[in-house]
Write a protein that binds this ligand. Structure first.
Ligand SMILES: Nc1ncnc2c1ncn2[C@@H]1O[C@H](COP(=O)(O)OP(=O)(O)OP(=O)(O)O)[C@@H](O)[C@H]1O
Length: 715
């Protein structure tokens, strides 16, 4: 496509107003715009209807802009073809009333003119019809291609908070059934509607030109027809909106069931799900039935009006012929034209249906495109090509959207190179805190900084290079194992990919796959276990060599051998291994005392370390815990109590390492906590304890209690 508008929709933020100390521009919600909010509403207020209509038209305008030259050419073809088509009866009238009498008196020229004119009109109509049908198909495909790409790109750009509430099922519904409704209309509906309406207009002009009283009768028919059309429009708009809403719900339910098929089977939800799906399918059938029923009244209503009009014109014009006030040729032409005038009505009625359906679809799609990412890249980013990895939370508070405060105001400093374990009960706010570091969300107040730079001021490239989050799901994209590892650095060589895999202990199992690193992870034989998936995602992170690594430690779905594999990989990952990167040359490798748990011997990568503190290098390793991972020895502490609300910068909890990777781990395992430099205990969104594992254990507080419970659970 020649040119694409940068953003097809308008702009709506989902998170409402937020206090923001960051300097990056935040989009505001324009008055009256709605985005996807309230998209399930079937009855819209006049104001909302107008807004939605305007939004749909803007989108349509944006779609048409790149193809406007073709659009005008197509329109010209439609206009001329319908004019020549409508001229047929007038040429016949001319032939009967003027050419035939002239022919009878020995002048055949007018008859030749009438015959030739009729043939030429028919030829032009045929050629131009073929031209506009092909051209419309090209127009339609070009517009749909743009729209498909816009919807995909846009939904991908939207922030996590949007995806968490909107669900992938709805997005699929927008991408499939809504775009399909638009395709139906654009492919042939628009040209049928336009050509039909134009043909009617040209025919009406012809009838008026031939015999204005017949023209007036025809015009009178417009009154009942308009009333029927209005009746249909109001009801069908409602019916099609309802049908789009139910169709989206149906797809959402289907997608949810299929993506959660394991849980469905595990909890024997099949019957309940089938019942729910059956109910939705029933609702969809009812909604569709309603729109078809409306069409069942609309279409015959129009046809009846047309036929009655033809009868009235025939009657009146015949009387006038008998009285000698009208030529027979004109009578024939007027009746023919009137009959033809109403012939596109059936098609128009049919495509008006698609038009209404497409309009409802356009409303939904334009609403989606109107959404604006709440996490915006800055207009003038502060460059940070090589981050050290110091993370600071400066008077940060956070709530999801307009919900309750999940993290009350706090200040925290994580020095570069420190390994921090976040522990706490479920729902305490650990993931939320980690997601703020990854800038999946922006804080509601205060600022999160990397090396002193507000994350909102970093370019996406710098941010994603410096901070990588490894989530529990360890998602693998379709493609080879090597492709999946290379996600961390797409330009990495095969040797670098293998080195990354080796460094986390993944090389052996990858080599044992049917095609080694080239094994397709979606194919039989390429299916890897949950633990192996984790290792691949660790290798991905090693290759990316971020300054800050955030890791949501996997707890679920790992069997004991997998867990050991992951534990070893994790310990290695935290070693700050960088493959073929600047960090590598900076000497970011560590050979530290560590009791290998046997989950995977070093395979060419740098040896693993126990913790990210350089001062630990000189200390002997602590005794291994039950899983064989060495616990770090107690360290000197300044004895300072962690104060909720004001944390960080404590000498006892600081790393002195300047080259190690900063790691923030949402820790679920005792062994992981013990290899951390520092533990933050989160409770109700507050950091209630902050210190080295040894300090906190000695302190006898919440961490000590958690630790005790863990130990007991391991017996
Ligand atoms: N997307 C969201 N929208 C609204 N509230 C959320 C969202 N995600 C989390 N919360 C809420 O925020 C609070 C903190 O959740 P968070 O996921 O950070 O806890 P957590 O400590 O990581 O828990 P877990 O160990 O179970 O993962 C919880 O009350 C949770 O319900």
């Amino acid at each position: 496509m020649s040119q694409r508008p940068t953003r097809p929709g308008g702009g709506v933020r989902r998170n409402g107003d937020r206090k923001n100390s960051g300097s990056s521009p935040q989009p505001t919600r324009p008055q009256g715009e709605r985005g996807t909010r309230g998209e399930d509403a079937v009855d819209l207020t006049w104001e909302a209807s107008r807004t939605v209509r305007r939004r749909s038209l803007t989108l349509l305008g944006n779609l048409l802009r790149p193809v406007r030259a073709r659009l005008w050419a197509t329109l010209a073809m439609v206009v001329v073809s319908q004019a020549t088509r409508a001229a047929g009866p007038a040429i016949i009238a001319f032939g009967i009333d003027r050419a035939l009498p002239a022919f009878a008196s020995g002048d055949p020229a007018l008859t030749w003119l009438a015959g030739g004119g009729y043939l030429a009109a028919a030829l032009i109509t045929a050629l131009l019809t073929a031209g506009y049908v092909t051209s419309t198909a090209k127009l339609s495909q070009a517009m749909l291609l743009d729209l498909r790409v816009w919807v995909f790109r846009h939904t991908q750009r939207l922030s996590l908070d949007f995806h968490e509430t909107y669900t992938s099922g709805r997005i699929i519904s927008r991408q499939t059934s809504d775009l399909e409704a638009l395709r139906e209309l654009l492919d042939s509906g628009v040209s049928s509607l336009a050509s039909g309406l134009l043909f009617m207009a040209f025919t009406a002009i012809t009838v008026f030109a031939l015999d204005w009283p017949s023209g007036l009768i025809m015009l009178a028919a417009a009154v009942p027809m308009t009333l029927i059309a209005r009746w249909y429009q109001i009801r069908s708009q409602r019916a099609f909106r309802a049908s789009r809403v139910v169709s989206a719900r149906l797809i959402v339910h289907f997608v949810e069931t299929m993506t959660g098929i394991r849980a469905v089977k595990a909890f024997r939800k099949e019957r309940a799900n089938s019942a729910a799906y059956g109910k939705l399918a029933d609702d969809y059938a009812v909604a569709t039935y309603r729109s078809v029923m409306l069409n069942g009244v609309f279409q015959p209503g129009l046809v009846l009006t047309g036929n009655v009009t033809v009868a009235v014109i025939l009657l009146v014009a015949s009387f006038r012929v008998l009285e000698g006030n009208l030529a027979v040729g004109v009578l024939l032409a007027v009746v023919l034209s009137t009959k033809r005038f109403f012939s596109p009505l059936e098609t128009i009625a049919m495509f008006y249906n698609s038009f209404q359906s497409a309009q409802a679809a356009l409303e939904k799609v334009s609403g989606l495109l109107e959404e604006v990412p709440t996490v915006q890249p800055p207009r003038n980013p502060v460059p940070l090509p090589a981050a050290r990895g110091e993370v600071t939370f400066e008077s940060v508070a956070f709530s999801y959207g307009s919900g309750p405060e999940v993290l009350p105001e706090f200040t925290l400093r994580i020095p570069a190179g420190q390994t921090v374990a976040l522990v706490g009960a479920t729902g305490a706010g650990k993931s939320t805190l980690a997601k703020l570091v990854a800038r999946f969300y922006d804080p509601s107040a205060g600022a999160v900084r990397l090396d002193g730079v507000d994350l909102r001021e970093l370019s996406t490239a710098d941010l994603r290079r410096a901070i990588v989050m490894v989530t529990q799901e360890a998602f693998l994209f379709s493609g080879s194992v090597a492709d999946n590892i290379a996600l961390g650095r797409p330009d990495a060589s095969r040797a670098e990919i293998q080195a990354a895999a080796r460094s986390v202990g993944a090389h052996e199992f990858i080599s044992a796959l049917p095609d080694g690193y080239d094994t397709d992870v979606t194919k039989r034989g390429g299916r890897v276990s949950a633990g192996q998936r984790q290792l691949i995602s660790f290798a991905r992170a090693v290759l990316a060599a971020p300054a800050v690594l955030i890791l949501d430690e996997a707890t679920s779905s790992l069997d004991i051998p997998s867990e050991r594999l992951v534990q070893t990989g994790l310990a290695r990952l935290l070693g700050g291994t960088a493959v073929g990167s600047a960090r590598d040359t900076a000497g970011d490798t560590h050979a530290r005392g560590r009791a290998d748990d046997g989950g995977g011997a070093p395979q060419g990568g740098p040896p693993p370390r126990v913790a990210g503190r350089d001062e630990q290098d000189s200390r002997p390793s602590a005794p291994a815990d039950h899983r064989g991972v060495a616990a770090s020895a107690p360290r000197p502490t300044d004895g300072q109590e962690a104060r909720p609300g004001v944390q960080g910068g404590r000498p006892g909890a600081q790393s002195t390492s300047s080259d190690a990777r900063t790691a923030i781990i949402i820790a679920h395992r005792l062994s992981t906590v013990e290899i951390a430099d520092r533990v933050l205990v989160v409770d109700g969104g507050r950091i209630v304890e902050d210190g080295t594992p040894a300090e906190l254990l000695a302190g006898g507080g919440r961490f000590a209690a958690l630790h005790g419970a863990w130990r007991d659970s391991l017996v």
